[in-house]
Ligand binder design. Structure first.
Ligand SMILES: NC(=O)c1ccc[n+]([C@@H]2O[C@H](COP(=O)([O-])OP(=O)(O)OC[C@H]3O[C@@H](n4cnc5c(N)ncnc54)[C@H](O)[C@@H]3O)[C@@H](O)[C@H]2O)c1
Ligand SMILES: O=c1ccn([C@@H]2O[C@H](COP(=O)(O)OP(=O)(O)O[C@H]3O[C@H](CO)[C@H](O)[C@H](O)[C@H]3O)[C@@H](O)[C@H]2O)c(=O)[nH]1
Length: 334
């Protein structure tokens, strides 16, 4: 019986695959390789190249691998792209999740773990957000994910599915053993971009907005290390197996780091003083997004192992060095 991981050739999905393998689970990956890369799927793990909306394919994979559980990571994830191409995002994220859900339910899947996002909260009044805060996404990406959450809830109520919806805050870092990391070439995420600037792969870094109502004027984010996040998926799956249920969990540490703090940390850890420019605010950036992570800690007994910003940055730099050297991501061995 294998766990079906959609998007398992992508950044977070690949780390979830490693966490599952490390825990002795069988895995099958379904990925269309639109942003994911084949070498991120470890040796020995079946990779089915295809679309999650291909119902016949999903039915076949579920049947052939005895799948009862799905972790659904596959999506488009770039916020500005979602503003430029909203219908593309509603198709990729909402409609394809609907198709996957329908095929999975018809084929007998019992447990579903879904990648959602803090973007469902929009620009909250409160700096620290719990799961009961009213969702109010401010871009098509966030709305495409919120609609998926609603579909999962409704389908679960009607068809008896157990699920965990995980709302990630800012995901960063890399596998501590160096087996995986963020490999996208056009990434926009702060820690990735700053690491590239430190290694000379970008000429400079811009800080978007220095006049926010935060201690140093730059935005605060809750950076969660990707292996800790993968462990949270495993804990959520085990909880569903043991107790069933329907859950929504914030995934973060409950503390914010400012853009300036991140930049200083990357400079200190790398030992490189790269150029930094102060730029206007980026559209749609809330001043502060920090998770109240009480629920996931209490319900799943989830204990982060890599919550220190220095550690996260060191991992991101190590991974970037490996990619910067022109090496393919290492083919992981699990
Ligand atoms: N990276 C973050 O900070 C962040 C934050 C919040 C939520 N998320 C969510 O986490 C999930 C994974 O994000 P990521 O950062 O690993 O992105 P990613 O782009 O690295 O991974 C997405 C993977 O899904 C695959 N994929 C996309 N559409 C597909 C389809 N129709 N059929 C099959 N495969 C498909 C891609 O090839 C890729 O391997 C997404 O659902 C994203 O919305 C990410
Ligand atoms: O070159 C850069 C890149 C980012 N930033 C700033 O750094 C902070 C973090 O930005 P990221 O792009 O790293 O992350 P976001 O907070 O914009 O978005 C992340 O969190 C969102 C939830 O709100 C979504 O889940 C989204 O997918 C995920 O990337 C923001 O204040 C941004 O303005 C800069 O100053 N310069």
């Amino acid at each position: 019986m294998a766990v079906l991981v959609t998007g398992g050739a992508g950044y977070i999905g690949a780390h979830a695959v490693l966490a599952l393998l490390d825990a002795g689970e069988a895995v099958v990956v379904l990925d269309d390789l639109s942003t994911g890369v084949r070498p991120m799927v470890p040796e020995g793990v079946p990779l089915v190249v295809g679309d999650v909306a291909n119902s016949a394919l999903v039915t076949r994979v579920v049947g052939e691998h005895g799948v009862k559980e799905v972790m659904h990571f596959a999506a488009k994830i770039v916020v500005p792209e979602s503003v430029a191409d909203p219908l593309g995002y509603y198709d990729a994220n909402t409609m394809k999740t609907r198709a996957l859900l329908a095929a999975a339910l018809a084929a007998g899947v019992e447990r579903f773990v879904f990648s959602s996002t803090a973007a469902v909260y929009g620009e909250p009044d409160l700096a620290i957000i719990d799961e009961d805060a009213p969702p109010a996404p401010i871009n098509p990406y966030g709305r495409s994910k919120l609609m998926s959450e609603w579909m999962i809830r409704d389908a679960a109520a009607a068809h008896g599915l157990d699920y965990a919806i995980l709302r990630y805050f800012n995901v960063a870092g890399a596998d501590p053993k160096g087996r995986a990391g963020q490999s996208a070439t056009n990434a926009t995420h702060l820690i990735k971009v700053a690491s590239q600037a430190a290694l000379g792969l970008r000429p400079a870094l811009s800080i978007y907005g220095t006049d926010y109502a935060t201690p140093d004027g730059t935005c605060l984010r809750d950076y969660i290390q990707v292996t800790d996040l993968a462990d949270a998926h495993l804990a959520a799956l085990r909880n569903l197996r043991e107790r069933g249920g329907r859950h929504t969990f914030n995934c973060g540490y409950g503390r914010g780091a400012s853009v300036r703090e991140v930049v200083e940390t990357v400079k200190r850890i790398s030992g490189i003083d790269f150029p930094v420019a102060e730029a206007p605010r980026r559209a749609g950036d809330p001043a502060a997004l920090v998770a109240d992570a009480t629920r996931i800690r209490e319900t799943l007994a989830w204990e982060p192992r890599f919550a220190d910003l220095d550690t996260i940055v060191a991992q991101a730099l190590a991974w970037e060095r490996r990619l910067g050297n022109g090496a393919e991501p290492v083919r992981a061995t699990g």
